[in-house]
Design a protein around this ligand. Structure first.
Ligand code: ZN
Length: 371
C-alpha cells in the first residue's frame, strides 16, 4: 500500500515535471473592415518530403510565433527520406492534426505538386486526399486537386533554378488560369521577392501569398526575437477553415515580410489607419504659430512616411517615422493667414514600407482637426 502511494507520488511528480507553460508571441496587426486578420504560412515541409522536422513540431513552431493557420505542403513527387520514412501522402497532416486542434491552429491539408517549368511547383490547399494527386500528367494532378475543392497557387515563380534568366509567365499558366486551375501566386518565398508576380497578380486578379517554404527548424532560419517568417495575412470573416478558404478565393490577402506589407490599397489603407491613432482635439494652428499632434502606433510595424506634396497653408515634416508601439509628436507650423480659418489640415504622405505594386507605395491622407 505504502509502495503504491509512493509510486503514485512519484508518477505525479514526473507528470508535473513534463508539463510546461509555453509563451506565444502575439503579432499585433489589427483586424480591418469587419474581417479578422489571420496570420498564415501556406508552404511548409516536414520529414515526410524533404523537410527536416516532424509534423507536430511545425504546429508548435506556428503557435509560438503567433500564427493562426498553416498548411503542411509536402512534395508529392520528391521524397528523399523514403528509405527511412515510408508513409502515404496524407500522413504528415494526420500526425499534425491533433496537435493543431489542441493549440487552436487552423491546419489546412495541402501538398506541393512538384514539376519542371512550365508550370513549375504548385501548392494545393484544402484537398481531401493527397494520395490521389500522384498522377503522371501535371494537368491531371491539378484537375484532381480542383475537383477536391482546392485553392491552387504557383510557388516561387521566379526561382532561379527554374527561371534562370528572367521571370516569365508561360502559356501553360494562361491555360491553368482559364481552366480554374490557378488561383494565387507567391510574390514572396523564403527570402526571395518576385516583383513580376505582384504585377501579374494585379493584372490577372490572382491572390497574393508570401510563405516561408521552410525545410529546417524555423529558429535555425529566423531569429524570432528580431524578425518573423514571411506571412500571408488573410482577411477572413471568422477564424475558421471555411472562412479562410473563402477569403483566399476572394483574394483578401496581403503579404507581410520583415517590416514591409504588399497588397491592395483596399486592405493596406484600412490596416494603416487601424494601426495608428491621431489625437482628435483641434490643434488651433494660426499663422506663425506652432502646433503638435500625437500619433500613436499600436501595431508591430514601423511606418516610414514621406511627404508627397507640400501642405497648403502650413508646414509639416518631410518625413515621419512612426515606430511600432510608440507615440510620435509631429510639429506643424502655420505659414499663411488662411490657416487660422481651415477646419481640417490635410497632409499627404507616401508610406514607404507599404507597397500596392512593385514601385508604388500606399498614399495616405492625414486629416487633422484644426478648429
Ligand atoms: Zn516547397
Amino acid at each position: 500500500m505504502l509502495l503504491n502511494r509512493l509510486s503514485l507520488l512519484f508518477i505525479a511528480f514526473f507528470i508535473t515535471l513534463s508539463l510546461n507553460a509555453q509563451q506565444r508571441k502575439e503579432i499585433q496587426i489589427p483586424d480591418i473592415l469587419g474581417y479578422k486578420t489571420l496570420k498564415c504560412d501556406f508552404h511548409i515541409h516536414t520529414v515526410f518530403s524533404d523537410g527536416l522536422v516532424w509534423p507536430t513540431v511545425r504546429v508548435q513552431e506556428a503557435w509560438l510565433e503567433g500564427l493562426d493557420a498553416i498548411a503542411i505542403t509536402d512534395h508529392i513527387e520528391y521524397h528523399p527520406h523514403s528509405s527511412d520514412i515510408t508513409a502515404d501522402h496524407n500522413r504528415s497532416y494526420e500526425i499534425a492534426e491533433p496537435a493543431a486542434d489542441r493549440s487552436g491552429i487552423i491546419l489546412v491539408r495541402g501538398a506541393e505538386i512538384t514539376r519542371s517549368m512550365p508550370p513549375g511547383h504548385l501548392n494545393v490547399l484544402f484537398i481531401k486526399n493527397a494520395n490521389l494527386l500522384e498522377r503522371e500528367d501535371v494537368i491531371d494532378a491539378l484537375k484532381e486537386a480542383r475537383d477536391q475543392g482546392a485553392f491552387i497557387f504557383w510557388n516561387h515563380p521566379g526561382w532561379k533554378k527554374q527561371q534562370p534568366d528572367s521571370t516569365l509567365w508561360w502559356k501553360e499558366h494562361t491555360y491553368l488560369l482559364k481552366n480554374n486551375l490557378l488561383h494565387g501566386i507567391e510574390i514572396y518565398n523564403s527570402e526571395e521577392f518576385y516583383p513580376e508576380a505582384l504585377t501579374w497578380a494585379n493584372e490577372k486578379n490572382l491572390t497574393i501569398l508570401g510563405n516561408s517554404d521552410i525545410h529546417a527548424p524555423i529558429q535555425i532560419k529566423y531569429d524570432l526575437n528580431d524578425t518573423h517568417r514571411p506571412i500571408t495575412l488573410v482577411f477572413a470573416k471568422e477564424k475558421n477553415k471555411s472562412s479562410l478558404k473563402e477569403a483566399l478565393f476572394d483574394r483578401r490577402t496581403a503579404v507581410y515580410v520583415e517590416n514591409t506589407l504588399y497588397g491592395k490599397a483596399d486592405f493596406l489603407e484600412p490596416l494603416f489607419f487601424a494601426s495608428i491613432h491621431i489625437n482628435t482635439s483641434p490643434v488651433q494652428l494660426k499663422n506663425q504659430g506652432v502646433a503638435s499632434i500625437l500619433i500613436t502606433n499600436t501595431s508591430d510595424l514601423d511606418f516610414e512616411l514621406e511627404l508627397v506634396q507640400p501642405a497648403v497653408g502650413f508646414g509639416c515634416p518631410e518625413t515621419i517615422f512612426l515606430e511600432a508601439h510608440h507615440s510620435t509628436l509631429v510639429e506643424l507650423t502655420g505659414n499663411s493667414e488662411e490657416v487660422g480659418q481651415m477646419k481640417t489640415l490635410k497632409m499627404y504622405y507616401s508610406v514607404k514600407n507599404l507597397f500596392t505594386a512593385p514601385d508604388e507605395n500606399l498614399i495616405v491622407t492625414l486629416d487633422i482637426n484644426n478648429l
